[in-house]
Design a protein around this ligand. Structure first.
Ligand code: C2E
Ligand code: MG
Ligand code: MG
Ligand code: MG
Length: 290
């Protein structure tokens, strides 16, 4: 291929390679200073019940605003953090921040909510992860049942038994556990059988085609049905329009998350968002007495 492109093609290829390497090195260098510079923030995206909009809680999503690079999307910097191991302290920080948000929301009178946190498999595979997560919740005086740890399926390839044991230990302590981005990646059904998840998150790529795409509707319905039969709750991700919400609700999806309900927002905005959230169909008049 390079030969056919001639000498010019080769040179061009080399240049873009070195440009990419430079950008990469720069990203890694900036990332190293991010924590001490206070450049990380946790945003929260609300989750509500599919049928009536009752609040479930929110997902914590890490944001990085670098002084030189600007906002860098998590899909770019999380893999870099995983490569260097920086995801371990950063992940602990996100969990701690989220615990503090649980306390804040409890104090604001939002009852029984669950905040979910993404956990990298690099964290999960640390031999002391279970202890660390339990310790953080305890130090922050948060009941682990108020927290959910999200794991992305493709990342568990290879370390089945150990990952399964860790998830079981987390469940035993009280943490909810969810399988993130379900439906993209590998051997999804096997994961459901082998791992102690409490929640399944339907990937937004399935939700996208609703309500028009018949195959997406069929897939979503079947997945929700299987999850239900296995005793798992479901979260539909990436819900942007009413039609998507309606198919998910009719299919028995438990919870919804997406721009239709709310975008990820700075921590300061979340209590107010919940306070002003009307639900989907707050009746304009009292229900008639039975
Ligand atoms: P995720 O865990 O699947 O998070 C959901 C992503 O979907 C978020 O992207 C969110 O902003 C986006 N999203 C939510 N609603 C909609 C919608 O209606 N339409 C569309 N198109 N997108 C929507 P974000 O924040 O860019 O995060 C990307 C990924 O980065 C996350 O995917 C998660 O895997 C990872 N990530 C984020 N924060 C953390 C963290 O603290 N730790 C770890 N390990 N990973 C994180
Ligand atoms: Mg997630
Ligand atoms: Mg994820
Ligand atoms: Mg997801």
């Amino acid at each position: 291929q390079a030969k056919a492109a001639g000498k010019g093609g080769m040179v061009k290829y080399d240049q873009s390679m070195s440009e990419r390497t430079t950008a990469r090195v720069r990203l890694f260098n900036r990332l190293r200073t991010a924590e001490s510079a206070g450049a990380f923030a946790v945003y929260y995206q609300p989750q509500v019940r599919a049928t009536d909009g009752r609040i479930r809680g929110a997902e914590a999503l890490l944001r990085w605003r670098d002084a030189e690079l600007g906002m860098v999307p998590p899909d770019q910097f999380i893999p870099a953090c995983e490569e260097t191991g920086q995801i371990i302290p950063v992940g602990e920080w996100v969990l701690r921040q989220t615990c503090r948000m649980v306390r804040r929301l409890e104090e604001a009178g939002v009852p029984d909510l669950i905040l979910s946190v993404n956990v990298s498999v690099v964290q999960l595979m640390q031999s002391d992860f279970v202890k660390t997560a339990a310790r953080i919740a305890e130090q922050e005086q948060v009941d682990p049942r108020r927290l959910e740890l999200e794991i992305t399926e493709s990342v568990m390839m290879g370390a089945y038994d150990e990952a399964s044991r860790r998830l079981r230990a987390l469940r035993d302590i009280g943490f909810n556990t969810s399988l993130d981005d379900f439906g993209v990646g590998y051997s999804s059904l096997t994961y459901l059988r082998q791992f102690p998840f409490s929640t399944l998150k339907l990937d937004k790529s399935f939700v996208k085609g609703l309500p028009e795409e018949r195959t997406d509707c069929a897939m979503v319905r079947s997945i929700i049905r299987i999850a239900e039969d296995l005793g798992l709750e479901t979260v539909g991700e990436g819900v942007e329009v009413d039609g998507q919400r309606d198919v998910l609700a009719e299919s028995g999806c438990t919870w919804l998350q997406g721009y239709l309900i709310g975008r990820p927002m700075p921590e300061a905005d979340l209590p107010g968002f919940f306070a002003g959230w009307p639900g989907f169909s707050a009746p304009a008049y009292p229900e008639p007495a039975q």
